[in-house]
Design a protein around this ligand. Structure first.
Ligand SMILES: Cc1cc2nc3c(=O)[nH]c(=O)nc-3n(C[C@H](O)[C@H](O)[C@H](O)COP(=O)(O)OP(=O)(O)OC[C@H]3O[C@@H](n4cnc5c(N)ncnc54)[C@H](O)[C@@H]3O)c2cc1C
Ligand code: HEM
Length: 520
């Protein structure tokens, strides 16, 4: 869409975002799309060269396979022969080669830890790394865990200065209720800091404390009802989860520890947890963009923080594919509900359907009532960035509008210092503008808010701004309410748009701290 060479991938119309550090996808040869890879990997061809055998791989052996035509990579203890995937890798062959013949887990996680490599590379699996036998876990240590104290051994990678002080939990009961209390020992804990899922007897509560994740994961000793309540005492960082017993009997213990129970792990090292959400409705918003409404299970508590995204997962021709999407509100004009209603059960997405895309046509084919796995939220936008902001400038292209929805509404309602919010919305044609009438109504109702559209391929009747992001457009648009006003600029759109935008903003003397770009 924005000055991108026509043969490049993502295609000019694609909505891929810039990733941190300015990484971007490389052009792939014809016939090397993800769908082509899925076809090849399901073709029955021997992609490992081992005729279906799985082997234990020593470090010496792994090191030997470090060439493009013979390339093995280890991720989380499993070794894959990625030679045949090389040409299909959207990040390019050179990027993949950085991990050739070695353990690529850290590299992989730094770039795209959400990519579902297990499923995509199923047919490339060579085997496991040969490891020395693990020391059996002390059963008594496991048992002790349920008293809520965090053993030192489970506090991975925490420097006492930087990391949060060790959280703990406790539980108590009445005849009909069981209350689990989490002491985070942290003040800025809110309802969106805790994600709870309980299925059958498995209870999982993940608390986000700064850049760490504290997990309570228990097989409950007795049945509880589906619904529960959550309360956060913000000033002391205490979280109370009240479960309703199915039978009014006294519990002798809370249950038994499950995987990673009572551990505090850097957030980047936690796997993505998914729960199945039901498709409730699908509404046309523009000719190619739809508003999807998904319902969380009754036994889940999850609120996606402002500016963050989640991952949706679909199984396409037997391969699990994961793509990121940014939840929005159902409308720009409805009440700002989230902080008020703790158990908001619906998640809304504005999603552009690419007829030749892999994921979105599949999503579009889902029937009302079907289920889609939705991950925990991710993203590096911090609401504190909006504190005391006076001028908020939002630069969005296409569905790069989605993170702006919540930021815009939150700022108008919750930031008392705010004087001005301006949205510059880049699209190809008038028909592509998402929620145009709502944006105009909001601008009419709230004099602090203003929207300006820029079209790259307008009809001859279009009287507004035209073209692509440029110094002239930006310097006209970015007029502060006062010379020294506190300003925040948010930018989101296809890679070239975001990259160019950030460069232009720096040229206009906006500092790094004043700019937030959205990434996967
Ligand atoms: C953090 C984040 C948040 C996001 N939030 C949203 C959101 O809220 N809403 C939204 O709609 N999107 C969002 N996206 C984009 C989304 O994740 C997907 O990238 C998008 O939906 C496209 O998916 P797809 O699989 O259907 O298309 P893809 O298969 O990725 O294809 C996209 C386009 O590229 C073309 N193409 C595919 N393969 C090739 C190839 N090899 N060579 C040339 N062209 C090719 C296709 O024909 C199509 O036109 C977000 C992305 C990020 C990173
Ligand atoms: C371990 C070394 C690897 C490195 C350094 C690397 C790097 C990259 C880079 C730079 C990109 C493009 C930028 C981006 O989308 O964020 C990318 C995209 C991608 N990579 Fe890798 N990669 C590695 C391994 C793998 C492996 C093993 C897979 C296995 C399936 C994989 C699958 C993908 C996919 C699917 C994308 C596209 C993501 C999207 O849709 O946005 N990568 N990679």
């Amino acid at each position: 869409m924005l000055n991108v060479p026509s043969q490049s991938f993502p295609a000019p119309s694609s909505q891929q975002r810039v990733a941190s550090g300015g990484r971007s996808k490389v052009p792939l040869k014809q016939g090397r799309s993800l769908m082509d890879w899925i076809r090849l990997s399901k073709s029955g061809k021997d992609l490992t060269g081992l005729k279906g055998r799985l082997i234990d791989v020593t470090e010496e052996e792994l090191k030997k396979h470090n060439k493009k035509e013979d390339c093995w990579i280890c991720i989380r203890g499993f070794v894959y022969n990625v030679s045949s995937y090389m040409e299909f890798h959207p990040g390019g062959e050179d990027e993949l080669m950085r991990a050739a013949g070695s353990d690529g887990t850290d590299l992989f996680d730094q770039v795209h830890r959400w990519v579902n490599y297990e499923s995509m590379l199923k047919e490339c699996l060579v085997g496991r790394m040969a490891v020395k036998p693990a020391i059996p876990k002390d059963y008594h240590e496991e048992k002790r865990v349920l008293n809520g104290l965090l053993p030192k051994s489970q506090m991975t990678d925490i420097s006492t200065k930087e990391g949060p002080s060790s959280p703990s939990y406790d539980w108590f009961q009445t005849d009909s209720l069981v209350t689990i209390v989490i002491y985070t020992k942290q003040k800025d804990i809110h309802l969106d800091s805790i994600i709870i899922d309980h299925q059958n007897d498995s209870f999982r509560a993940e608390t986000i404390i700064k850049d760490y994740s504290y997990l309570i994961h228990i097989g409950l000793s007795h049945e509880v009802q589906e619904d529960f309540s959550v309360r956060v005492v913000e000033n002391v960082g205490k979280i109370e989860i009240v479960l309703k017993k199915t039978e009014n009997i006294s519990w002798k213990c809370l249950g038994h520890p499950l995987e990673k129970h009572n551990s505090l792990i850097p957030k980047k090292d936690t796997g993505l947890y998914y729960r199945k959400c039901q498709l409730i409705s699908k509404e046309d918003i523009t000719h190619d963009t739809k508003l999807f409404c998904l319902m969380l299970p009754p036994s889940t508590h999850l609120q996606v923080p402002i500016g963050q995204h989640v991952y949706l997962k679909l199984t396409i021709t037997g391969t699990e594919i994961v793509k990121p999407y940014t939840p929005v509100f159902d409308s720009l004009l409805s009440e700002f509900k989230e902080p008020v209603l703790p158990n908001n059960k619906y998640i809304y997405f504005l999603i552009k359907i690419y007829p030749a895309g892999l994921f979105t046509p599949e999503l579009d084919h889902l029937q009302i009532g079907d289920f889609v796995p939705v991950s925990n939220p991710e993203g590096n936008f911090k609401i504190s960035k909006l504190q005391e902001v006076e001028d908020l400038f939002l630069l969005a292209a296409g569905t790069g509008f989605t993170p702006m929805v919540k930021i815009l509404k939150y700022a108008l309602i919750n930031v008392p210092s705010l004087r001005k919010v301006k949205l510059m919305f880049f699209n190809k044609t008038e028909d592509d503008i998402i929620w145009r009438s709502q944006l105009e109504k909001l601008a009419f109702e709230d004099e602090r808010f203003d929207v300006e559209y820029v079209l790259s391929a307008p009809t001859s009747e279009w009287k507004g701004k035209q073209g692509h992001i440029s110094p002239a457009l930006l310097s006209e648009f970015l007029n502060r309410s006062s010379e020294k006003s506190k300003v925040l600029l948010c930018i989101c759109g296809p890679t070239p748009f975001t990259e160019q935008g950030i460069k232009l903003l720096h040229d206009l003397n906006f500092s790094k701290d004043e700019i937030h770009s959205f990434t996967a």
